[in-house]
Design a protein around this ligand. Structure first.
Ligand code: SF4
Length: 626
């Protein structure tokens, strides 16, 4: 079998990955792949999956957590077309919110946007939908001509932003007729063999069903590729969870006044009383508590619908981007359900003046299991997907037809030094000024030995600030703030990268936006220090997860607490080597990194040395490599 592959020859270990993908897709099995940076994941999966789809009249879905990651797949497909002149079509799809061409809806929050868009389609008032898809039969006929005209220039694959721009400026018969880009993209998808999309198109059960019907595809004929799959358990859990707060209830009260829906006042007042009661009685002496369904008075379905409609009217009347009533409606439609895999939780605000009540999902397989069971083959891959068995169990991959593979890093081992320093710990029982001073002293001794940018990742902001005062350095220090906005985060990243000549010091938290999803190639980062184990707070949600995973898999402590923390540490250290020529050092500082149970989460081919003198080992390493 000649498998489509865009490059002249496979990279180190990439050939093994390609063969495994082909074996899985051609036999209807699944593959969980820990595929380190540099192995060429996208080319390794798309080639074999597309080869299978073209031969079997199937479809390949390539799912990513972020829109920015679509481009890598688009580029790979363009290279395949250039090399093989093979005929197929691919659609790059982003959610309606990003594809919407109506300038009036820009900036709306997600829930609110979808409510407004859905209402406009229901009451047939969106002209862009009419021009792209059509409400009436004559509109549908005309819309077909529009899409046909747009497709004349489409070729094999176009990135979504190009399609959106063309839809915005579309003209027909000398008249400007902007087309709903989402409706155009889904029509392109109907005739496509590859569909690049965001996670939720298939990972959310409610979106999946309507999306597949819309594009006329069936999972049993599809290979589903999930990129950056280490994100999936948490993303899915948070997607399936809902919450309300005192603040939200106060906002809902105002919305009712604006819209003149006084008859709903009594429900909001009753909800406010329930929340006050939870705050004053159930949370009198504690920060959080579990609730039962009856702690909040239930709402009938028609009342929930009324809140929903009031929220939409409020958005339309005020041009605001959020509606508390829409969020209340969503919350209550889930709260009334009874599911073993959910907990009802109340948390007191730090200020003590309010409460957040949540209905939290514990089991991501509620959304993923059915997708996996219905698909011909699912390939879940990531640069950090160990231990594979945890992802297999949490997502619901069947043991008997799932291949689990850990591929080696193709980069020279000699370019990266991995150290464990066991002389300190951030264990709760040992946290003290003295321990923080010791951690600060080790970091201060190591810093002068690293010729370039260094990032130190802490398990929490609290520990970051406690240790910070003991770090002695001449470097410019950049510190991540707990409540920083995305623009501030981007500013810190670009400032840090620019200072790579003089060598700056970045202090941030593991699991945060500076530790995951950001690339610091080449000289932008030559040293990473991971302080402590970034364990989640041992709160009621964590305890519930541990209990639930113990009951379901007999692995509560590891799946619910330990492994996710270690995965965050490994992710943060993974920022270091992004290219073949990158050189750097990763130092893990905590006695627990030496313990067997913890070390299991390190990629097996990662050589790690335990040292009592990290500054000496780092000095030797850079003397050798520079
Ligand atoms: S139908 Fe399309 S253009 Fe109309 S509101 Fe929804 S996303 Fe926007």
């Amino acid at each position: 079998m000649k498998i489509l592959f865009s490059h002249s020859k496979p990279r180190k270990y990439q050939d093994e990955f390609i063969k495994d993908v082909w074996d899985a897709v051609s036999s209807g099995k699944h593959l969980l792949a820990h595929a380190p940076t540099g192995i060429g994941k996208t080319a390794a999966v798309l080639g074999p999956a597309l080869t299978w789809a073209l031969e079997n009249d199937g479809t390949v879905f390539f799912l990513t957590p972020k829109i920015s990651q679509h481009q890598i797949a688009v580029n790979e497909l363009q290279r395949i077309v250039k090399k093989y002149k093979v005929k197929f079509r691919a659609a790059d799809i982003v959610g309606r919110r990003y594809a919407c061409v109506d300038p009036g809806l820009e900036g709306l929050d997600t829930d609110e946007f979808y409510e407004v868009c859905s209402k406009r389609r229901k009451n047939e008032s969106c002209p862009y939908y009419a021009w792209a898809r059509g409400f009436t039969s004559s509109q549908r006929r005309e819309a077909k001509l529009h899409v046909k005209k747009l497709l004349e220039r489409y070729g094999t694959v176009r990135p979504s932003y190009e399609v959106i721009e063309e839809c915005k400026s579309f003209e027909y018969g000398g008249e400007k007729k902007p087309l709903c880009a989402y409706e155009v993209m889904t029509q392109i998808a109907k005739d496509s063999q590859v569909i690049i999309a965001d996670y939720y198109h298939l990972l959310s059960p409610s979106i999946r069903e309507s999306f597949l019907i819309k594009i006329g595809k069936h999972l049993q004929d599809s290979v589903v590729i999930i990129d950056e799959a280490h994100n999936v358990p948490n993303r899915v859990r948070s997607h399936l969870s809902v919450s309300i707060t005192h603040l939200l209830v106060r906002k809902a009260e105002k919305e009712l006044k604006v819209v003149g829906a006084k008859h709903l006042d009594r429900y909001v007042r009753r909800l406010s009383r329930d929340l006050n009661e939870i705050l004053s009685k159930k949370l009198e002496n504690k920060r959080e508590t579990l609730l039962s369904k009856s702690d909040l008075a239930s709402l009938d379905e028609d009342v929930i619908d009324e809140f929903h409609d009031v929220g939409i009217s409020y958005l339309e009347a005020t041009n605001r981007n959020k509606s508390a009533c829409v969020k209340l409606a969503k919350f209550f439609s889930l709260w009334s359900e009874d599911m073993d895999s959910y907990i009802r939780l109340a948390k007191k605000w730090k200020s003590g003046t309010g409460v957040t009540v949540s209905y939290k999902n514990l089991d991501p397989s509620l959304a993923t299991q059915d997708l996996i069971d219905s698909s011909h083959s699912v390939i879940a891959m990531s640069g950090t997907l160990v231990p594979l068995e945890m992802y297999r169990d949490l997502l619901g991959f069947p043991h008997d037809i799932t291949l689990e593979k850990v591929y080696k890093s193709p980069f020279p081992k000699s370019n990266r030094l991995n150290l464990i320093y066991t002389g300190v710990t951030t264990r709760y029982s040992r946290r003290s000024e003295e321990e923080f001073r010791r951690i600060g002293a080790v970091i201060s001794r190591v810093l002068p030995e690293i010729p370039g940018n260094v990032a130190v990742f802490f398990p929490s902001y609290d520990i970051l600030h406690n240790v910070r005062k003991f770090i002695k350095t001449d470097r410019q220090v950049l510190v991540q703030r707990e409540s920083s906005r995305p623009e501030e985060t981007n500013e810190i990243i670009s400032l840090f990268k620019k200072m790579n000549d003089e060598g700056a010091l970045l202090l941030a938290v593991s699991g945060g936006s500076l530790a995951e999803g950001v690339d610091y190639p080449g000289r932008e980062l030559v040293g990473v220090i991971i302080v402590g184990i970034p364990l989640n707070e041992y709160d009621l949600e964590t305890k519930a997860l541990i209990d639930y995973y113990e009951y379901k898999f007999g692995a509560g402590w590891t799946y619910g607490y330990l492994y996710p923390a270690m995965a965050r540490a490994v992710q943060a250290a993974g920022r270091l080597i992004r290219n073949e020529d990158d050189v750097g050092v990763a130092l893990f500082m905590d006695e627990r990194y030496k313990w067997k149970n913890y070390r299991k989460v390190f990629p097996p081919d990662l050589d790690i040395m335990v040292t009592e003198r990290p500054e000496y080992a780092v000095n030797q390493f850079f003397s050798r490599t520079s």
